[in-house]
Design a protein around this ligand. Structure first.
Ligand code: 5GP
Length: 192
């Protein structure tokens, strides 16, 4: 059976990463595409699990070697989806969850049009600001630019097949799991 691609985007601070982790913890045969990034690890993040943390030089070298399916630059940091990493998962017939921005989502869908796209929305921009402030990892300037970008990104929501509002974490996890399960039950994707 072919791997299913679940492409999830959301404005920064929406809780997408925690949601993705919980969905993966709850469902078998689903794993996350671990991207390469030049961003420094945040506290609690682990190399090889959350990202492969690399230097800008190493990233550029990989880019020159054509090792990324897609890549992007956000707030001065680069992020790229590894070709080798996803090819291995496809070989093992594991379903893949991509936690990537909307530019990356479009690129993945160009290459794999059968991918399933999901946009996670915050309950409101006010709530998003509150979450970014309470996360305590960003300066006020970064928060302002993240909110501006969030507003732009939310305009992209209409491009996605599914939208999930992360109002209650448990409810949002339930909805995301339901999407994965329903897509797996599509006749063209096999029998579940
Ligand atoms: P963060 O630094 O908060 O982990 O991620 C910032 C943004 O980069 C998030 O929107 C995340 O989804 C996106 N991102 C992470 N990895 C990739 C990737 O490989 N490609 C693209 N296009 N975006 C990514």
């Amino acid at each position: 059976m072919k791997s299913l691609f679940f492409i999830i985007s959301a404005p920064s601070g929406t809780g997408k990463t925690s949601l993705c982790k919980e969905v993966i913890r709850n469902l078998s045969n689903l794993t996350s595409s671990v991207s390469y990034t030049t961003r420094k690890p945040r506290s609690g993040e682990m190399d090889g699990r959350d990202y492969f943390f690399v230097s800008p030089e190493k990233f550029q070298q990989m880019l020159d070697q054509g090792l990324f399916v897609e890549w992007t630059e956000i707030y001065g940091n680069r992020y790229g989806t590894s070709k080798t990493f996803i090819e291995k998962l496809m070989k093992d017939q594991v379903d893949i969850l991509f936690d990537i921005d909307s530019r990356g989502a479009r690129k993945i869908l160009e290459l794999y049009p059968e991918g399933i796209s999901i946009f996670v929305l915050p309950p409101s921009l006010q709530e998003l600001k509150k979450r970014l402030v309470s996360r305590g990892t960003d300066s006020s300037e970064t928060i302002t630019s993240r909110l501006k970008l969030a507003e732009q990104e939310m305009e992209d929501a209409g491009f996605y097949q599914y939208t999930v509002v992360n109002d209650s974490f448990e409810e949002a996890v339930k909805k995301l799991k339901s999407i994965v399960i329903a897509e797996r039950c599509r006749r063209r994707n096999g029998i579940c």
